[in-house]
Write a protein that binds this ligand. Sequence first.
Ligand code: GLY
Ligand code: MN
Ligand code: MN
Length: 489
Amino acid sequence: MTDQPAPGNPEGDEPIKQRKNGLYPTVSDELAENMRSGWADTELRDLRPIPQAQETARRRAELSARFPGERLVIPAGNLRTRSNDTEYSFRASTEYAYLTGDQTQDGVLVLEPAGDGHEATLHLLPRSNRENGEFWLDGMGELWVGRRHSLAEAERLYGMPCRDVRELAAALAGATGPVRVVRGHDAGVEAALTDKVTAERDEELRIFISEQRLVKDAFEIGELQKAVDSTVRGFEDVVKVLDKAEATSERYIEGTFFLRARVEGNDIGYGSICAAGPHATTLHWVRNDGPVRSGELLLLDAGVETHTLYTADVTRTLPVNGRYTELQRKIYDAVYEAQEAGIAAVKPGAAFRDFHDAAQRVLAERLVEWGLLEGPVERVVELGLQRRWTLHGTGHMLGMDVHDCAVARTEAYVDGVLEPGMVLTVEPGLYFQADDLTVPEEYRGIGVRIEDDILVTEDGNRNLSAALPRTSAAVEAWMADLKGGGLKS
Ligand code: GLY
Ligand code: MN
Ligand code: MN
């Protein structure tokens, strides 16, 4: 198989005579002949199925049962241009990775109606054609971009028949019968289906997969724990280099965390928020180009994404010099107290909104107590007046997407009930903008968020990120320990 063109390869065996924009002139027949042979057989014949093969098969069976008799098309997506002929790094669509375990660019999962259910087929780019020179003369040839799995190897790994994806568009265009596609990932696949699908029916497919992912199986929980554990190490890395960040910028923190994510995982699951000083009050501060100053806070919101595409989402707000000021501590402790109340409300059978309400109430109480809002607290909460400084919801589902299950129906998610196996963040915060004239000057420019990743268990919850300290005293002790006991004044 290794040295053979894929069966029915649409590229054909017509020799490629010149690499596009190449420095070298056309390829002589002698060189072409030379490049065709002399290559070892590298086929991997003893590959074992991926560890989550049983889970992906079960997920496909659930999908099949929901859409009987319909062809279902789930693309991985394509590379996106960054500039000219360079691309952003590829990240397979969550739907495709969830249902296959594969992450190959341009891959497409098709569930074809068969009997009472469906037959799943994975459509992938096969190994490069060596006969026609594709492997070394084409930009996507393996000699340039690296070895791919042969279709036979992919079958062993993913437990499904695999076919050449270059034949798929024509097959889809010619097929009859009801069909749905997950939109937004592969314009070529969508174009082949354009007169066969409707936006509404396609959205039903996307929603179903989003809701499938609300409750995590044991494999997924294990992966999320790995993501969190790696993230904890990334936070430790950052604390150890705060001196270097002070000498440079927030970029040093971003780069430090990114190193951990790339070495231990696939990537970061979202742009790291490395927000020092007043930047902490900007909720999605990802420019990360500001100064890091002793005496100020650093709000670090970052998560490692595992090789299987599960991400952590953790925030700690740290005193850059290792010691909170009195006011920073007061605000931090209020956020901690709110988070404690929120986490306590995470349990099976509770409404999803409960933990948000619990945390918001604590923050409203403190804001009244500090004289920033006029009581009673009931009125503040009813009118949502605390939101000038609490700004965002107290948490969200977490999984392969940082804001996971985002298209689940309101009744299944925001207005739904917590179940064992759900994983969500609890992340209250208080943010006093630098230009907020309604608070005393000393509050201005202080932002605090504490965010943990919480698994709903049969009898309550488990904090997956409990290895990172949360109380102000524990944060200070942890920082002192990591910095070798040397606190700066
Ligand atoms: N990192 C984005 C969030 O916490 O939701
Ligand atoms: Mn976050
Ligand atoms: Mn979050």
